[in-house]
Every structure is written in C-alpha cells, then in structure tokens.
Design a protein around this ligand. Sequence first.
Ligand code: 6CS
Length: 341
Amino acid sequence: MQLRNIVLSITALGLVGVASTASADTWRFGLEETEGSVQYGYAEEFKKLIEEKSDGDITVELLPYGSWGSSYSALYDAIQSGAIPLGFGSGFLGGTVPESQLMSLNYVMPNDQMETAEILNSDDFLKSDAWQDSFRERGLVPLGALPEGYQVWTANKEIRTPEDMDNLQIRVMDNSLLRSTYEAYGASPITIAYGELYSALQQGQAEGNIQPVFAHENMGFYEVQDYMIFAEQSQFIANFIGNEEWYDDLSDDQREMLESTLDEMVQKGHDIQTQFNSERLETIKDKSDISIVHLDENERNAFRKLAEPVRQAYVDMVGERGQKALDIVLDHVDRSDDKAE
Ligand code: 6CS
C-alpha cells in the first residue's frame, strides 16, 4: 500500500480489526509496518513456521500497519488487552514500556548486527528480571528482539558533523530518548506519525528522517530527500511482544513451539533483513540520484561523544531496572570486543 493512502485507509478501517473474532487457534499478530516491509517478512516466516509445526492447528493472522487503528498506541493497547495477543513494538513503544527505549540508544549495540541479535535474544538479557518485569508490569511479555537494519539519516543537505545537524528539524519516533539524543547532536527533533511522514518531508515540515534502508524505499521517503547518510549510530530494533495472560495460558507444547520458532527467527530474521536492505538500497540507487554518504570513524566519533551522556538520561528516566538491562548489554559488548582484540 502506498504511504499516501495509508492515512485514508487507517481512518476508513478504524478499529475494525481489533474487534473481530479471535479463536484459540488463531494467533493475531499486529505489525507496525506495511506489506513489503522487513516486519512483514519476519511475520510471514513466523506464520509459516508456526503453521507447519502445529500441523495447521494454529493459524497466524497478520495485521499490518493500517489494519488495527490509527496510532501505534492502539496496537500496543490491543496487545495489552489481549485483542491482538502478538505484535512488534519499536520506537513508539517507549510510551508504554519506557525501559524499551534502551533499543534507541545510539552507539551502544555492537556493529555486527547478528551479534546484536544474539545479545538481545540471549537468556541473560531476554530472561533477566529487569527486562521481563519491565514488560510484565504492563501486561506484556518480551519474547525476543529482531534488528531490522541500521538506522540511516536522510536530509536535503549533507550531514557529516554535529554542526551540519544544527537546528535540523529531523523526524524521530515518539520516544523521549530519541529526542534527547538528537537534541544532544544539536538538531530540533520533531515527531510525526509514520503514515504522515512522506507528505511532511515533501512539504518541508520535517527536514530529515531516520529509517532503515528498506523503509526509506518501502514508504517512498527517498523520493523527497537528497542525501542518505550512514553514521552507524544505531540499528532499528523490533521487540517481539506477547500479551502476558495469553502467553502464560499457552500449553507447554505451544510455549515450546513458540520459543523454538523465536530461536530460529534470530538467524532467519538476520538473513531476511540483510537481503531486504541490500536489495532496497539498489532500488533507491536505480530509481533516484540521491547522494549516499558514509561517515568515517572520526566523523562517527564526534556523534558518539555527544550520544554518550544520553545513557545516563536513560537510567535517570527509567531507574535501576534500566541500569541493569543496559549493564547486561554493555557487558556482552565488552566481552565480544575483548574476543575481537
Ligand atoms: O519510523 C517509524 O515510525 C516506523 N519505522 C519503521 C521502519 N518501523 C515502524 C516504526 O514505527
């Protein structure tokens, strides 16, 4: 579905999807993205695996962006209420689970995207009290986390230094930590709904954007931006979340099937997103004359330095639990840096 039509479709559909029937054998799965996206690719693979493993006893119903309501909070509310027991939650989830903003911190995760996926899906992190309690306190269960590729900046000017970002009205997802990060870079971050972003960029209401490559292509954003800047500051990470009661009520067999499928999704997800992002970059290059910029190590370091104090802002915002979750990630990153040396 083209981005320009999404807002209309959302309005027309309202909350119809949420109100429809859900049987014990139907796992409704809410996506933050449209067909043709990485999340949709992940969900299709997940559906295939669950339906095969359950011998058709379970049907996974995919509910892409635009089919469950008019704002991301409608999706998260539906997962909390159990109307949609499974879904993805990323940057906007910070309003529901503030600790989840850990995934938005810049220059924290390892550069290697598979390594990031392994850390975030390790028992050490995923099953920690800090992470589990953060979600369970809000009626949710964190089931895994799948990176969707590097977050790439776009603008109508070249950005190589924080000075180039000065006062830039860059659009960020609705998340305090992202606002703090981009303010630390000197920008003037603004939040705009995903479905309204194309026209906001086209009309200059937003001057810059941050998305994984596939989304710049899938949503057509690259058509209205002149530069694509790779600063390797963060990866887009989707939390795979379930309704707590629904999850706790699964039979042992079903829970085991779900967990083994999620384990498989770590490698499969990596393969899917790598392929999507590299193919979509080629499409963008073929279809536009957008300038592609890669920051070098020195240039990245200038942003890295400004991003560092935001880690403390995260801990101040979410408290001890956030500190613990962050420490687990940093400990893994240190250990893998040691191994690489
Ligand atoms: O920027 C956003 O709002 C959305 N972008 C992606 C790639 N997925 C969902 C997210 O909310």
